[in-house]
Design a protein around this ligand. Structure first.
Ligand code: FAD
Ligand code: MLT
Ligand code: ZN
Length: 484
């Protein structure tokens, strides 16, 4: 196997790439490069000799062909909101950074086929808007939707808050266009719901985090737009009650739940402390909350009443302690702002050791209880910031530094130095519960070693075989997910 460069590519290679994309399609300006080289949480700061921004699939293919020929490694980047360091080049500076932001055309929208064909650089919120204008719904929805790009969403197989009803990003794809590591283009932009012609090749690239090819466009599934949506902010007895509540509301509303998010009081307190304009939707203080949406395509009404009936029944059963139903779209938005701001608010609370895990929905409460006790006995005062998509069994178990120690300098460094130890405790519990150490954020660079520890040797061997087969020169985002 050829060795990839760990030093800046020769200027002759860079000049060939620059000639393909033209003056608007590349930069070496440190000020423009800076935000592209810093990972979302500031954990990694990479280097590159060239940021290239192709404007078409043909340009991406031509750039990658040169990279393959010259063994120049390439890091694809979308909105750079990924949380695993996958979009950040390594510090050695030997990789070029390929941003998809100029591939941002909505190529087609077909309301009768319930599909749209979008280029990789389209910002997610823009696609949601375009679908709405065509009286359709594109349901992928996450806190970073104003910045992340559909190519990044597909490359990470993003989850978000509506997986419960509509599935993960990979479930929303009918067709895919991908530039392969040799520069050939896999032209798979078919809008078919049925296509059993051999292996489903597009699945290889969804969730591959740019290690097998560069997604340049996709045919995405659309859905009927809900006509009625109701939002409730509910305090629950404990996480176990939340899981029972989910089953009750699903049953009581004709399975109308589209989002069901758990958060602890610690999360709410952090948001109220750091995010201006937020307010507690409930009067009293409680330990656990659920934010939920129910939606229906029916215009006949009745959804709110069904939700109210379910909540009253859950209150009588002692599961729900208090509840506020949004009286307007604006109130619903304010409730969702609380949920969507947790990650941002937590940044102001010192060091954080994050876990994005999943367990079977029925094991969520046990996981939270066991993991919280285990980390508290290891680091007294550690603050679990526990929230997430519990309807999918996906818990963000983010551990903030104890409140009573300085959040800078040596105490911060000492806390973060315990990452490995804390990961082991949390991920071992997850493994015992037959869960996953990455429910939705992926592997990237951050969990590269964790994957080797928790995935079976047969799975790792198969992943390596795929990587070697598709990317024999190891130029496609090397050092992320799995090594060949
Ligand atoms: P980037 O960060 O640019 O890239 C991510 C990975 O994909 C990298 O490995 C990169 O090399 C690769 N990549 C990017 N574009 C392409 C392409 N066109 N072809 C091939 N590879 C490519 N994630 C969730 O799943 N659910 C959430 O609820 C969620 N909430 C978030 C909330 C906040 C506030 C933030 C900051 C992040 C959140 N994320 C969440 C993580 C992140 O937003 C998602 O992983 C998102 O899908 C990344 O998209 P991006 O365009 O920013 O990709
Ligand atoms: C979210 O659901 O808000 C993110 O995926 C969680 C995170 O930032 O850890
Ligand atoms: Zn999430």
């Amino acid at each position: 196997m050829a060795t990839v460069l760990h030093k800046p590519p020769p200027s002759a290679t860079l000049e060939r790439i620059q000639a393909i994309v033209g003056p608007k399609g590349w930069t070496t300006d440190p000020a423009i490069l800076a935000p592209h080289l810093l990972e979302e949480r500031g954990i990694y700061r990479g280097h590159t000799a060239l940021l290239v921004r192709p404007a078409s699939t043909a340009e991406v293919a031509a750039v990658v062909r040169i990279c393959a020929e010259t063994r120049t490694p390439v890091v694809p980047q979308g909105g750079n909101t990924g949380l695993m360091g996958g979009a950040t080049p390594f510090e050695h500076g030997g990789e070029i950074l390929l941003c998809l932001s100029r591939l941002n055309r909505l190529r087609a929208i077909d309301p009768l086929n319930y599909t749209m064909t979008a280029e990789a650089g389209c910002v997610l919120a823009g696609l949601q808007q375009a679908a709405e204008e065509a009286d359709r719904l594109f349901p992928l929805s996450l806190g970073a939707e104003g910045t992340c790009q559909i190519g990044g969403n597909l490359a990470t197989n993003a989850g978000g808050v509506q997986v419960l009803r509509y599935g993960m990003a990979r479930d929303l794809v009918l067709g895919l266009e991908v530039v392969l590591p040799d520069g050939n283009v896999l032209e798979g932009l078919r809008g078919l719901r049925k296509d059993n012609t051999g292996y489903d090749l597009k699945q290889l690239f969804l969730g591959a985090e740019g290690t097998l090819g560069i997604v340049t466009a996709a045919v995405l599934k659309l859905f009927p737009r809900p006509r009625e949506t109701e939002t409730a902010f509910v305090s629950v007895r404990d996480p176990g009650a939340a899981i029972k509540l989910l089953a009750q509301v699903r049953g009581g509303t004709g399975d109308a739940v589209t989002a069901f998010e758990l958060m602890s009081r610690t999360c709410l307190d952090m948001v109220l402390r750091h995010i201006p304009g937020t307010a507690d939707p409930l009067a009293g203080r409680h330990d656990w909350y659920v934010l939920l949406d129910v939606a229906s395509g029916d215009t006949g009404g009745g959804l709110r009443e069904a939700l109210e009936r379910s909540l009253v029944a859950a209150m009588e059963a002692g599961l729900v302690l208090d509840a506020a139903l949004a009286a307007s779209a604006q109130q619903s938005k304010a409730m969702w702002r609380i949920r969507d701001s947790i990650t941002e608010a937590q940044k102001s609370e010192g060091g954080s050791i994050k876990h994005d895990v999943s367990v079977p929905v029925s094991s969520v409460a046990d996981f939270i209880a066991e993991a919280s006790a285990a980390v508290a006995s290891t680091i007294p005062g550690i603050r679990p910031v526990t929230f997430g998509h519990v309807g999918d069994g996906n818990i963000h178990f983010n551990l903030s530094q104890p409140a009573d120690e300085p959040h800078t300098g040596a105490p911060l460094a000492a806390y973060l130095a315990r990452l490995e130890e804390i990961n082991r405790i949390v991920h071992d519990i997850v493994a015992r519960m037959q869960g996953s150490i990455s429910a939705e954020h992926g592997i990237g660079r951050r969990k590269f070693d964790e994957l080797l520890r928790y995935k079976s040797p047969v799975e790792i061997a198969l992943m390596r075989t795929l990587k070697r087969t598709l990317d024999p020169h190891n130029i496609m985002n090397p050092g992320k997910v799995v090594a060949p």
